[in-house]
Design a binder for this molecule. Structure first.
Ligand code: 6LW
Length: 491
């Protein structure tokens, strides 16, 4: 079967995967968004269905007024003795913590913290022992991949934290994962930073404590010299064996908006790359150590296209998310409609505006939604963060109603167009391709073009940070906004 990358499109960075009870489970970073840590299930590593989130209760993660791209960094998911573990870092509070569940479709535990520095924690279980590793520096101050043994019931350290590998020389040694495969312990990590120089490297040893011998041809996977090519930034991955015995890396990467335009706004997405072990026990990845758009995988199944996203076929508790902890009294989310009550908190604030969003899943999108509003402002935003977002909205004015397109690009806050309309009832329409967004409003039987704007100003290269664009419904002002007939399709 031939599949196309990314296998999970849109802002789902830092993938980690495990196999349990006949299925694969995948988690991703979520930063300031709530619920935290999206959780996916798959039977074939190619088709991923979101089954919920790991951090569903505010007491599991502190997100109050945290900076965008702070909060929940790269998670790792592992399965041991009938129990799933998800370990991550709240980068804002500099805390590593893990939660666990015995029912992947149920609730997860309260957090258990581990006192080691750095980011990107991972767990490795063997013979009743639990190894905890992250990047950072050890108790002696030596930087690298740092490891200790913990009591998994309490998170208490049983050994000092020791640096076990310092990578192949690239900057930002991150995302370490330890595996036992046949006779060796393999330590796989990312280097180069989550940018155009990103890469995956690895080493092996006959002990989980090292010494580790680096793979002679590191990096084992990178697109840093693959150009011109749309897929860039390949790195931060997890190794997984499928049920047929074939090996793969699930890793992040991103897609530039154009071959010659080094911008990406959809965030870091998930790529599936084949891995082959040689006789000597060293493995290689991709065709030539790079990530391509399409590969063959063994198995008799098909890769499903993205569905149309509507209120009927999405679940507010599974697919949608809030910015930081929502004030739940401001939402009435039912099948078929979403009622949002606005507050004085706006999309420009480092706070929790009334907003529900879905990740933008592809470049070529057609989105529409009807709004019925009694005052203030409500609309649809393509939202990268509080500094970079484009809002197509309707709002009450002193003497009536208007439709408006607002472009927010860093310090530049620009009203592209405003047009008087007759009532607070209108349909917002947003179309996009990789380079631009196009905005329109339909009301009283006429369609009014509000204008268009470049996607690159919502990109990571402009906005900074680690997230990607969400399409969000929002309300601002002391108002009631009813959203209905939501549809979002990818062409
Ligand atoms: C993550 C680090 C990284 O913790 O980006 O791609 C950081 N790599 O490993 C935030 O996603």
């Amino acid at each position: 079967m031939r599949y196309a990358n990314p296998v999970l499109s849109g802002f789902y960075p830092d993938p980690s995967v495990c196999f349990a009870e006949g299925k694969y489970y995948l988690v991703c970073s979520s930063f300031q968004y709530f619920p935290g840590v999206p959780l996916f299930e798959s039977e074939d590593l190619v088709n991923w269905t979101q089954i919920g989130h790991v951090l569903t209760r505010p007491n599991q993660v502190q997100l109050e007024k945290i900076a965008s791209s702070g909060g929940v960094f790269a998670p790792t998911i592992r399965y041991n003795n009938g129990r799933f573990y998800m370990v991550t870092t709240n980068d804002t509070t500099h805390t590593h913590f893990y939660v666990y569940t015995d029912d992947i479709h149920g609730e997860w535990s309260d957090p258990i913290t581990v006192d080691q520095n750095g980011i990107d924690p991972s767990l490795f279980f063997e013979d009743g022992r639990t190894y905890f590793m992250s990047n950072g520096s050890d108790d002696e101050g030596v930087p690298g991949v740092v490891q200790c043994e913990i009591d998994v019931a309490t998170g208490r350290k049983l050994t000092p934290s020791r640096t076990i590998w310092q990578g192949s020389g690239g900057r930002y040694l991150e995302s370490p994962h330890l595996y036992k495969i046949d006779n060796y312990y393999y330590l796989m990590a990312a280097e180069g930073g989550t940018e155009y120089g990103h890469m995956i490297t690895y080493a092996r040893s006959d002990s989980p404590w090292g010494p580790f011998e680096g793979y002679a041809k590191n990096p084992v996977l990178t697109n840093r010299n693959k150009a011109p090519y749309i897929i860039q930034g390949i790195g931060h991955g997890d190794l997984i064996r499928d049920s047929r015995g074939d090996w793969h890396i699930l890793c992040l990467g991103f897609r530039q908006i154009h071959m010659w335009q080094t911008y990406h706004h959809l965030g870091r997405e998930v790529f599936l790359i084949p891995v082959v072990f040689g006789e000597d026990g060293w493995f290689c990845a991709g065709k030539d150590g790079t990530a391509d758009e399409s590969y063959e995988i063994n198995g008799d199944f098909t890769q499903k296209a993205l569905p149309e996203f509507t209120f009927e076929n999405t679940d507010f508790g599974v697919h949608w998310c809030f910015i930081r902890h929502p004030r739940t009294e401001n939402y009435e989310l039912a099948d078929g409609s979403a009622v949002l009550f606005g507050t004085d908190v706006t999309l420009d604030d480092v706070d929790s505006p009334t907003f529900i969003g879905l990740r933008q899943r592809g470049f070529d999108m057609e989105l529409s939604c009807e709004i019925s509003l009694d005052g203030g402002e409500a609309g649809v935003t393509v939202y990268m963060c509080e500094n970079e977002h484009y809002d197509a909205a309707i709002r009450r004015t002193g003497n009536g109603w208007e439709a408006v397109l607002k472009l927010n690009i860093g310090d530049i806050k620009h009203i592209q167009k405003y047009v008087q309309i007759r009532s607070g009832n209108a349909k917002i329409i947003i179309r996009s391709d990789s380079m631009r967004y196009y905005f329109a409003v339909q009301t009283n039987g006429r369609t009014i073009e509000l204008g268009d704007a470049a996607s690159k100003y919502l990109s990571t290269e402009v906005a900074g940070g680690f997230t990607g664009v969400l399409t969000g419904l929002y309300a601002v002002g002391q108002n009631r906004a009813e959203f209905s007939n939501f549809s979002c399709r990818y062409l």
